[in-house]
Design a protein around this ligand. Structure first.
Ligand code: ATP
Ligand code: MG
Ligand code: MG
Ligand code: MG
Length: 482
């Protein structure tokens, strides 16, 4: 089943159950506290918290998401993309736990010929909060899941809140057992969320309680909410990789064509034995797709915020392609392939492609110029660090990293990555100190220019925010969204 069809089935199923079908909001988050939309619930936060009345009691969507916190996992785990689509169904004070569980079971296990996804119910495992007997009963007596496939977890593992007093509640996370070839059976119920065998596909959040003050998950539950909500998120690409019989989400119809094109360009075959090359191919395919979608939603490369995330995605993708042996430009070959793979669900990519590709190709060109200027300097610095090393990991000095940044436009993350590839560390602290000093000087200069003399009081107050992080690392979980 193609990914576009899996997506449509989701919307059809929840539409048939009275849900308003709400289009995806852009990747540029409508919530100003985060850069990108990181979950399906983001546009519905006020309705879930009950601070605004929802225009419909129940809704469903397939939301475009970017999670920068997963960037290091990309290509290495089977299940993390930087861009992915989160299928969601939501109830705002309407149905609750029992119905949400019924819906999930029905959609997952109904035959494909009858509109469902046709998963074997015996392969499903669900983690619930250890005190959530209601969920346990709905899963066992209700839909008939084997009680051995239900894992009761403490609050630290399976409980949602916003980080402050207010709504909170348990989750039920659905996993698919990929079978013994991927690891041992979950003895004693440990579905090993980091492992390969039990793939997390769908998280149901039951927004049920009012929580009080407390640190972390250590807070009292003060009672039940009047206005209970359901917020769920299922990874479209994860469902697709299972239904398409693939090993990971980079092998699905929406992503793999880029890998095929890379095979043609490099003469290397995916899965032919080099694990490192396979990771690189998956990274390229992921980052090309994410760049396509992010530019499609109006972001342009820059040195801060969203633009910097985009710049980093393009650079990492282009560099991984170079390491695979693509010497010429990569994006003019790869971006159209990604667009063709995505346009069934996002036809606007086709109509907007000239604009999107202009932005992407210009950024690749700029990056190639940067690389050409800086690589020799970096290699020399790396050799010097190695030669000067007296045992242990060689260290490239902060001043050299700073010069690469300042004179050759080499961003620090690139210096870090390229040095690490050659077994060399970078004195990042010294680099950041130099950056801070430079910024301080620049601000003092600007001020002196403006006022004709350096106003030290203003300078003092400015200096507090001098050390800005070079890179936005992203939020690590959905809690951070609210
Ligand atoms: P994981 O533990 O695998 O990192 P998660 O617990 O962080 O996932 P949730 O925040 O519960 O994920 O998001 C809901 C669903 O969205 C997940 O069950 C999964 O199917 C999907 N999902 C989350 N992150 C990604 C990602 N980076 N790429 C693809 N799908 C994802
Ligand atoms: Mg998880
Ligand atoms: Mg989860
Ligand atoms: Mg995660």
């Amino acid at each position: 089943m193609r990914t576009a069809e899996i997506r449509q089935r989701w919307l059809d199923y929840f539409g048939s159950k009275g849900h308003e079908i709400v289009p995806s909001v852009p990747l540029v988050s409508p919530d100003p506290s985060i850069l990108f939309t990181i979950a399906g619930m983001v546009p519905f936060i006020p309705y879930i918290l009950g601070t605004e009345t929802a225009p419909w009691p129940r809704a469903a969507s397939v939301q475009k998401c970017i999670r920068t916190n997963d960037i290091e996992n990309v290509g290495r785990t089977t299940r993390h993309g930087t861009f992915f689509q989160m299928n969601g169904n939501f109830s705002f004070g309407d149905y609750f736990k029992r119905e949400a569980i019924d819906f999930a079971w029905e959609l997952l296990t109904t035959d494909q010929g009858k509109g469902g996804y046709g998963f074997d119910g015996d392969r499903l495992w669900v983690t619930v909060w250890e005190q959530d007997d209601e969920a346990f009963d709905a899963l066992t007596k209700g839909v008939g899941l084997d009680p051995k496939h239900i894992v009761r977890l403490p609050r630290e593992e399976n409980f949602w809140d916003t980080g402050r007093p207010g709504p909170a509640g348990p989750c039920a996370e659905w996993h698919y057992d990929r079978g013994p070839a991927y690891g041992p059976e979950a003895v004693g119920g440990n579905v090993d969320p980091g492992g390969d065998r039990y793939l997390e596909i769908w998280n149901l959040v039951f927004d049920q309680f009012v929580r009080g003050e407390g640190q972390g998950k250590d807070y009292p539950l003060l009672g039940e909410l009047d206005h209970k909500s359901i917020d769920t998120g299922a990874g479209l690409e994860r469902i697709a990789y299972l239904l398409q019989g693939k090993e990971n989400l980079f092998e699905i119809d929406e992503v793999f064509p880029v890998i095929s094109r890379l095979e043609e360009m490099t003469g290397k075959r995916y899965g032919a034995g080099s694990a490192e090359d396979d990771v690189r191919m998956r990274v390229v395919a992921d980052h090309v797709r994410s760049s396509l979608m992010v530019i499609g939603d109006g972001v342009r490369p820059s040195n801060e915020g969203r633009g910097y995330v985009l710049r980093r995605l393009i650079r990492r993708g282009v560099r991984a392609a170079r390491l695979l042996g693509v010497d010429g430009v990569a994006l003019p070959d790869l971006l159209p392939v990604s667009k063709d793979a995505m346009k069934a669900s996002y036809p606007e990519l086709e109509t907007d492609f000239t604009r999107i590709s202009d932005v992407a190709y210009a950024e690749e060109d700029a990056f190639r110029r940067t690389l050409a200027a800086g690589t020799t300097i970096l290699d020399t610095a790396v050799s010097r660090a190695k030669a000067g090393s007296t045992g242990g990991t060689p260290v490239l000095g902060g001043a050299e990293a700073f010069q690469l940044h300042d004179t050759y436009g080499f961003p620090i993350d690139l210096t870090l990555e390229m040095a690490a590839e050659q077994g060399v560390q970078v004195d990042e602290k010294a680099f950041r100190d130099l950056m801070a000093t430079q910024k301080q000087r620049a601000r003092a200069d600007a001020l002196a220019k403006k006022t004709g003399h350096a106003d030290l009081r203003a300078y003092e107050s400015l200096s507090k925010d001098l050390v800005t992080p070079v890179e936005f690392l992203g939020y690590t979980d959905r809690e951070a969204a609210v």
